[in-house]
Design a protein around this ligand. Structure first.
Ligand SMILES: Cc1ncc(COP(=O)(O)O)c(C=O)c1O
Length: 405
C-alpha cells in the first residue's frame, strides 16, 4: 500500500484542499494525479492511432493499449480475449443488445427478466429490443430488506426466458445483490445472463468467472478513471458465437462491395478508433486502486463509513434511509428522504454548504416508483471520504431541517 487512507485525499487534485465534501461518487468519482499523468503522457509523448501504425510511437500506443487490456482483464479476473473497450456502461449495454439481436432469433412472446433496481442504461435498450421484437419484459421485485426477491425471481424465470439482466449492486440502494442465485436460475433455462456491475466494480472484488455471468459491464469514470471509457466483458464461449453490434473500421477482416467479414479477435467488437487515452487512463485507475490496497480494503473502509453515516443520520428528525441493514452488503450508497423537505432542496442546501450529494431518481425510475417515492437524496461514499465529510453533510441536513420546518 503506497498510502494510507487518511492521507489519500492528497492524491486527488480536486480533493486535496479539503474545501468540499464530495459525496457523489455514484454519479462520477474523482481522478487521482496518477491517472491524469497517464492520460497526459499519452497525449504529450506517444499519441498515435493503434494496431496499424508501423512507426515507434504507434507501436508504443498499441503496446500500452493492449497492456491496459491485460490490466483491466486481471482486475475482473477475465481473459484478455474477453474484455471489450467501449465508451461506457451505456455504450456497452446498447452494443450488447444490438449484438444479441443480430445473433439470436428471438420470437414474439419470448421473455426478458430484469430486476426492478436496474439503471435506465440497462432497462431502456432491452425495452427497445422488446418493442422491436414483441418480447415480454418481466421485473424481479424488491424484498422487504432492499434486496431482490429471489423467490419471485425463481417464479419469473421460465422456459420462455431468453435474457436475464441483474445488476451486481444498486446505484440507489447500494445493495450488493447475490446474483449467483439469479445466474443459476437463468442458466438452468438456457438464458443469457447479463450484469451491470457499474456500481460494484472498484468497490468490491469482482471475479467474472466466479459470478458465472455471460456478460458484464461498467464505466471507467466511476472508479477513478476518465469519462467516456467503459468495459463490456463477455464469456469467451459466448463471444465466439456473438455477431457484432457496431460496424465500421478496425473490426473487419475483408470488406467487399456487398458484404464484409469480421476480425477473428476481440477487435471485431471495437469498431472505429478507440478512446486510447481513456483506455490508458482506465488501466492507470485500476493500478491506483490496487496500489492503495485493492477493492477488499476499499470495501472495508467504505463499509465503516456507511456504518458511521447511518448512526449520524439517525440524529436528523424525520429522516428515512433506504438501505440494507447489513452495511457489509452495501457499496457506500445511502439514499434517504426527510419528511416535508423535497430531496432537491436537501441537495441544494448541502451544495450551498460545499457538500456534494445527488437528488432525483438516479436513472432508476421504476425502482423509485416501487419505493413509493418520486425522488431520494443520495450520499455516495468512496475510499477518499472521511468521517469529517459525513459530519459536514449532517450539519447541512440540520440546516435544511431548520430552514424548512
Ligand atoms: C448502475 C449504473 N449503471 C449504468 C450507468 C451508466 O453509466 P454511464 O453513464 O457511464 O454510461 C450508471 C451511471 O450512472 C450506473 O450507476
Amino acid at each position: 500500500m503506497h498510502n494510507t487512507f487518511e492521507h489519500i485525499k492528497k492524491d486527488f487534485p480536486v480533493l486535496k484542499d479539503n474545501t468540499f465534501a464530495y459525496l457523489d461518487t455514484a454519479a462520477t468519482s474523482q481522478t487521482p494525479q496518477s491517472v491524469i499523468d497517464a492520460i497526459s503522457d499519452y497525449y504529450t509523448n506517444y499519441r498515435a492511432s493503434i494496431h496499424r501504425g508501423l512507426y515507434p510511437v504507434a507501436e508504443k500506443a498499441t503496446q500500452e493499449y493492449e497492456k491496459a487490456r491485460e490490466r483491466v482483464a486481471e482486475f475482473i479476473h477475465a481473459g484478455t480475449d474477453e474484455v471489450i473497450f467501449t465508451a461506457g456502461a451505456t455504450a456497452s449495454s446498447n452494443m450488447l443488445v444490438y449484438a444479441l439481436e443480430n445473433t439470436f432469433d428471438l420470437q414474439e412472446g419470448d421473455e426478458i427478466v430484469i430486476s426492478i433496481t436496474e439503471h435506465h442504461a440497462s432497462i431502456v435498450p432491452l425495452q427497445e429490443f422488446a418493442r422491436r421484437k414483441k418480447l415480454v419484459m418481466k421485473y424481479i421485485p424488491l424484498a422487504n430488506n432492499f434486496e431482490l426477491d429471489y423467490n419471485k425471481a425463481a417464479e419469473l424465470i421460465t422456459e420462455r426466458t431468453k435474457i436475464v439482466s441483474v445488476m451486481l449492486a444498486s446505484n440507489v440502494l447500494g445493495t450488493i445483490h447475490d446474483i449467483s442465485k439469479i445466474v443459476a436460475l437463468g442458466h438452468k433455462v438456457g438464458a443469457i445472463v447479463i450484469s451491470d456491475a457499474t456500481a460494484a466494480v472498484g468497490h468490491i472484488p469482482v471475479d467474472v468467472h466466479h459470478l458465472g455471468v455471460d456478460f458484464l459491464y461498467f464505466s471507467g469514470h466511476k472508479i477513478c478513471g476518465p469519462t467516456g471509457i467503459g468495459v463490456l466483458y463477455g464469456k469467451k464461449e459466448r463471444l465466439n458465437s456473438l455477431y457484432p453490434g457496431f460496424f465500421g473500421g478496425s473490426m473487419i477482416d475483408v470488406v467487399e462491395k456487398d458484404r464484409a467479414t469480421w476480425a477473428d479477435d476481440i477487435s471485431r467488437f471495437e469498431a472505429g478508433t478507440s478512446n486510447i487515452a481513456g483506455v490508458i487512463g482506465l488501466a492507470a485507475a485500476v493500478t491506483y486502486l490496487e496500489d492503495i490496497g485493492g477493492t477488499k480494503a476499499i470495501h472495508s473502509i467504505v463499509a465503516d463509513l456507511v456504518e458511521y453515516a447511518m448512526q449520524e443520520l439517525k440524529k436528523i428528525e424525520g429522516l428515512t434511509v433506504y438501505v440494507e441493514a447489513d452495511v457489509r452488503k452495501n457499496t457506500g450508497i445511502v439514499s434517504f428522504t426527510i419528511d416535508g423537505i423535497h430531496p432537491h432542496d436537501i441537495a441544494q442546501i448541502a451544495g450551498q454548504n460545499n457538500v456534494a450529494i445527488r437528488a432525483g431518481h438516479h436513472c432508476a425510475m421504476p425502482l423509485i416508483e416501487e419505493l413509493g417515492l418520486s425522488a431520494t437524496a443520495r450520499m455516495s461514499l468512496y475510499f477518499y471520504n472521511t468521517k469529517n465529510d459525513v459530519d459536514r453533510l449532517i450539519l447541512s441536513l440540520q440546516k435544511a431541517v431548520k430552514t424548512f420546518k
